[in-house]
Design a protein around this ligand. Structure first.
Ligand SMILES: O=C[C@H](O)[C@H](O)[C@H](O)COP(=O)(O)O
Length: 226
């Protein structure tokens, strides 16, 4: 998966964020191309003696962590001290996530972590959020949720798979509706409304969760705290 900025920008952000990880930590491992670079770097540090365990947020991050040699546990075993994850759009510290349909498990792991570090390239930062919000829905609830999203002023589109006919199915066996709301003026209020819809498993608005933002640029990293 590769979108927006360059791999160099993404890698810079990811590798800087990884410096916040120390031995003994349980680390939430985000999903996507930028978080993937963080997993790779953590793997290198594990090879050099860093003692950590990871908690994956998706099939993709679990596979990448295995390849990188990071020992994995689940939320049944441990609570993350820190999580490193990507984002599709960032305004301040409010995020839209779920471009890879992983936002439900990401939100569970990211919100359980003491610190959430977001890594991204500069194309992700905007003044206000206007990216379509990914909404994971129970398959049977897709028609009713889509109608309710329309009632809230959204324009819902069922996400289609790229390399097969039919919809994207998440790691949890659900569907994803991408819902455009234009410019989102009150993300916290919209997040509450989306969470209340029966059949919605999770949505991609992350409000009040990110503690630090790392943006990789052509010549360095911009680091912001909330
Ligand atoms: O579902 C996917 C995740 O929320 C990703 O963290 C997000 O889509 C950003 O991915 P990338 O770093 O590939 O742009």
């Amino acid at each position: 998966m590769k979108r927006g900025g360059t791999d160099q920008q993404k890698r810079r952000a990811a590798e800087r964020a990884v410096t916040a990880v120390s031995s003994g930590m349980v680390v939430g491992l985000g999903t996507g191309s930028t978080a993937g670079f963080a997993i790779d770097k953590l793997g290198e540090r594990v090879d050099d003696g860093l003692e950590i365990t990871g908690i994956a947020t998706s099939y993709q991050s679990r596979q990448r962590a295995r390849e990188a040699g990071i020992p994995l546990v689940t939320l049944e075993d441990a609570t993350p001290d820190i999580a490193i994850d990507g984002a599709d759009q960032i305004a301040g510290t409010t995020l839209i996530k779920g471009g890879g349909a992983a936002h439900a498990r990401e939100k569970v792991v990211d919100s359980a972590a003491d610190r959430l570090l977001i890594v991204a390239d500069p194309t992700k930062e905007t003044e206000t959020l206007d990216h379509p919000v990914p909404v994971e829905v129970l398959p049977d609830a897709r028609p009713t949720v889509s109608r309710r999203l329309g009632d809230l002023g959204g324009e819902p589109t069922l996400r289609s798979a790229e390399r097969k006919d039919g919809p994207v199915v998440t790691d949890n066996g659900n569907l994803v509706v991408d819902c455009s709301f234009g410019e989102i003026e009150e993300p916290a209020a919209l997040a509450r409304q989306l969470s209340q819809l029966p059949g919605v498993v999770e949505h991609g608005l992350f409000v009040g969760l990110a503690d630090e933002i790392y943006i990789g640029t052509a010549d360095g990293v911009v680091h912001r705290t909330e």
